[in-house]
Design a protein around this ligand. Structure first.
Ligand code: OAD
Length: 248
């Protein structure tokens, strides 16, 4: 399943980075965005995932996020998440960069997680910035409001048209440039700036591997493509790396 070249690169790697997308959580039962039946087929991003939409209809947008949080709370991390968490223990310099907002990497035990698009489990008041893990009680037909100042509470996620958290972007960029091996796992590699990271890794000398059951925009540029679900491929990769390190 893994080429000699990848195994050699991993054996000598000082720095490894992984970029993940919604596909990593698909086997947990969290819908992706662009696969058939994905979120953007059922819902229109322009009506839900931007600031103007929220201000126009905070009840609709808040209830959509409440629905997604409910799905996420009811699912568990899958073997792909656990394998990625274990990868972190196998390399001194390891960075997990995720576009996912579902918190499943942390729940699986990943410690250093660079969250490029925020985290759906965090919320904050638009007016006073107070943070909320759990939303204060509110009627179904009203939007959640801050218990301190009455401001609207929004999810701490990046909406279309918004800047990504700059610290996360910087950390992701640095880890990507440092990486000897870079994995792009479960992402359609369409949404920038995240989609630019595998290209940056390649330009800076990394061996870049895509793990995905389907072709993506990045496929033609990958040094190696492993076709398969992350819940199967990542645990095999970890076992292979562990064997390799034990016999070295
Ligand atoms: P997409 O829905 O665009 O892509 C999901 C990818 O996962 C596809 O390439 C699938 O082939 C792949 N996939 C499906 N099942 C898989 C599995 N079991 N194992 C591995 N891969 C699998 O999701 P993202 O690329 O994450 O942004 O989307 C990027 C961003 O677009 C999201 O973070 C979100 C969205 O708009 C914001 O909300 C800011």
């Amino acid at each position: 399943m893994f080429s000699e070249q990848l195994l050699n690169r991993l054996a000598n790697a000082e720095s490894v980075a992984i970029l993940t997308g919604a596909g990593v959580s698909a086997e947990s039962g969290v819908p992706t965005f662009r696969d058939p039946g994905g979120l953007w087929e059922q819902f229109r991003p322009e009506e839900l995932a931007n600031f103007d939409a929220f201000m126009r209809n905070p009840v609709l947008v808040s209830s959509w996020y409440a629905y997604r949080r409910e799905i996420i709370r009811s699912v568990e991390p899958n073997p792909g998440h656990y394998a990625i968490a274990e990868m972190e223990t196998l390399f001194d310099d390891f960075t997990l960069i995720t576009q996912n907002v579902d918190n499943l990497h942390r729940r699986a035990g990943s410690i250093r997680v660079v969250e490029l698009h925020g985290n759906i489990m965090r919320n904050y008041c638009l007016d006073c910035r107070r943070e909320y893990k759990d939303m204060p009680d509110h009627d179904k037909d009203t939007a959640p409001r801050c218990t301190e100042c009455g401001g609207l509470i929004r999810p701490d996620v990046v909406w279309f048209g918004e800047l990504l958290p700059q610290d996360a972007v910087r950390e992701a960029e640095l880890a990507t440039r440092r990486a000897d091996v870079f994995f792009s796992v479960g992402t359609s590699a369409i949404v920038y700036p995240a989609a630019g990271l595998p290209h940056t890794a390649r330009e800076h000398g990394a061996y870049v591997v895509e793990i995905n059951p389907c072709d993506t925009d990045f496929t033609p540029y990958a040094h190696e493509v492993i076709r398969g679900p992350s819940g199967t491929v990542m645990p095999r990769l970890v076992e292979t790396v562990k064997r390799m390190k034990n016999t070295a």
